[in-house]
Design a binder for this molecule. Structure first.
Ligand SMILES: Cc1cc2nc3c(=O)[nH]c(=O)nc-3n(C[C@H](O)[C@H](O)[C@H](O)COP(=O)(O)O)c2cc1C
Length: 320
């Protein structure tokens, strides 16, 4: 049975975005990563990352860090909170994270990776613990298999493999063959991640890796309808009216969640993600980058309602 999840995406997978995706069938979702140190020492942003809707059926929280004390305390805190599972980040390629020896840096320091994971495993007593990592080599499966088997031996319950090297960030092909060999060599379930932007992409990833657990990241940004497509099995592009409604409800919820000032600033990139590649006038997208108040947004929404995508673009999409 195919199972789709929404990836942890820093700066995006907050409650408002998850709610949009859940309207179209998303069940398994992740928070964005939360830094162990920030959690232990207190940080206002944590509340936004950890906020869970009462209507959310399944939510995993993702933990990042490499300092053992912080990890233990943070994991204990998360163990007592309302999440179905905890995921440990061993794939983040951002320089400031690597400098601290966390995220993808742990792939280069397997002993430290194991030490961190064992501390977290000991602290997470009531929930499944998973790891999300990347590949270590694009052509030889052996280093990734060895690393993942070592993590498995630390007592985790599942693993997600993003089939790209850390230095590739999010671009280039996904090394599906490596994910396949990792899956064949582990006893725990393996989730495949990378490059799902349509049902056809998901089918190709499932076929090539043998994984029936698939994780979607960028394919859901500005496109909560991807879960409708994945679950119904056929492309179901949103209409202009659906886009209008989603932008309206998503931004309203952002304002309710973050307050007007932050909510509107964060909504600018969201609106871009909804309009990008869908044939909307460039001037509308430019207008979205200046929105500062709810009143600005209402005016923008009126302009958007009156400006459906250019017909040639819609025809070109239909013909594809
Ligand atoms: C802006 C951005 C933020 C991300 N934040 C996280 C994160 O917090 N934790 C994580 O494990 N991966 C993070 N990722 C990686 C995604 O979860 C995913 O592994 C990657 O984008 C590949 O999937 P895709 O090709 O479907 O986008 C992030 C990716 C992007 C583009």
């Amino acid at each position: 049975m195919r199972q789709y999840s929404l990836a942890p995406i820093a700066g995006y997978t907050d409650l408002p975005l998850r709610r949009q995706c859940r309207r179209y069938g998303l069940h398994f979702a992740h928070t964005a990563l939360i830094d162990a140190g920030a959690l232990v020492h207190g940080n206002r942003e944590n509340d936004f990352i950890l906020a869970r809707g009462q209507d959310e059926p399944y939510l995993a929280v993702q933990l990042l860090g490499s300092r053992l004390d912080d990890l233990r305390q943070a994991a204990e805190m998360l163990d007592s909170r309302d999440f179905e599972s905890v995921d440990f980040n061993m794939g983040c390629p951002v320089r400031k994270i690597l400098k601290r020896g966390a995220g993808a840096a742990l792939m280069q320091t397997p002993e430290q990776a194991c030490e961190c994971l064992k501390i977290v495993r000991d602290a997470i007593r009531h929930k499944p613990l998973t790891v999300k990592t990347r590949i270590l080599d694009e052509s030889d499966p052996e280093p990734t298999v060895r690393f993942c088997q070592m993590l498995e031996a630390c007592g985790i319950d599942g693993m997600t493999i993003h089939g790209r090297l850390p230095e590739k960030f999010y671009s280039g092909p996904v090394a599906v063959g490596i994910i396949k060999v990792v899956r064949e060599n582990l006893k725990i379930p393996v989730t495949a991640n990378g490059g799902i932007f349509s049902k056809a992409d998901a089918d190709a990833l499932a076929l090539a890796t043998g994984c029936d657990r698939l994780m979607v990241a960028r394919g859901a940004l500005g496109n909560p309808w991807i879960f409708r497509e994945l679950l119904q099995g056929q492309p179901a592009p949103p209409s202009h009216e659906e886009i209008l409604e989603a932008v309206g409800s998503h931004v309203n919820e952002m304002v309710e969640f973050y307050g007007e000032q932050s909510g509107m600033i964060l909504s600018r990139k969201l609106i871009q993600s909804y309009l990008c590649g869908r044939g909307y006038r460039h001037s509308l997208r430019a207008q979205a980058t200046y929105l500062a108040t709810v009143a600005d947004f209402r005016a923008f929404l009126r302009d958007l309602a009156a400006s459906p995508p250019v017909p040639e673009f819609v025809n070109a999409l239909t013909l594809k």
